[in-house]
Design a protein around this ligand. Sequence first.
Ligand code: SF4
Length: 255
Amino acid sequence: MTTDKTATGKALKQFVQTDQFWNVNEVPVSTEALAAQTGRPAPAAAARKSGPTREQVEQLEALDEQHVKTCQKCGLHTTRNHTVFGAGNANARLVFVGEGPGAEEDRQGIPFVGRAGQLLTKMIAAMGLTRDDVYITNIVKCRPPNNRDPASEEIVACSPYLMEQLRIIDPEVIVALGAPASKTLLQTSAPIGRLRGQYHEFKLGDFMTDAQTIPLMPTFHPAYLLRSPDQKKKAWDDLQQVMALLNLPIPGRRT
Ligand code: SF4
């Protein structure tokens, strides 16, 4: 009985988060009940492949401590307060990639902690996950002044760090947040409005063969969603596609 109440409470909480932040009016279904019906694991278990290995944690720490924190490969090092490496599960199935740190991230050294970060946290909660289930990082690890888009030479200088992070984590899906991240990772000039809503293939540099690509879903950046809340439904549609690929129960969908 306690378990039923807990499961119902969790499902209701996810539904409220979904409804509140994505303006989606659907019938809440217990994620555990849905998992039982479909044979899929419930979100908390499904979100992780397993805990990160010590090797994964140590490799990420070494990359941050020995390379990124002291990096001067591009001009952004002259104006930064802190590098912002990334945060989350070193063995995450899902990695979010934004364009670069903002003012608050630069102050704290943690990705997505400003207003846009708070919305990203809500987006992740609406998926039935927490920030500890996923990994969050950016294309460039130092803040571009005045929150401008990273310049191409800055992206070229910093990209090897992101590629190495992705090689270590080896996620099943990448969500690119906003136009700069999507265009950089997919090496295209197509607008985000045309890229989002469908999966693309991300090729992880020289580390993987063409056959070993990672599905990438472009969607709107939370900062854009704060300015254009009417676009939240489209972003939620994108995230539901990610949930489907990861076999995560989708609130209200009886499959
Ligand atoms: S943005 Fe990247 S390449 Fe440029 S200084 Fe910072 S860590 Fe180095």
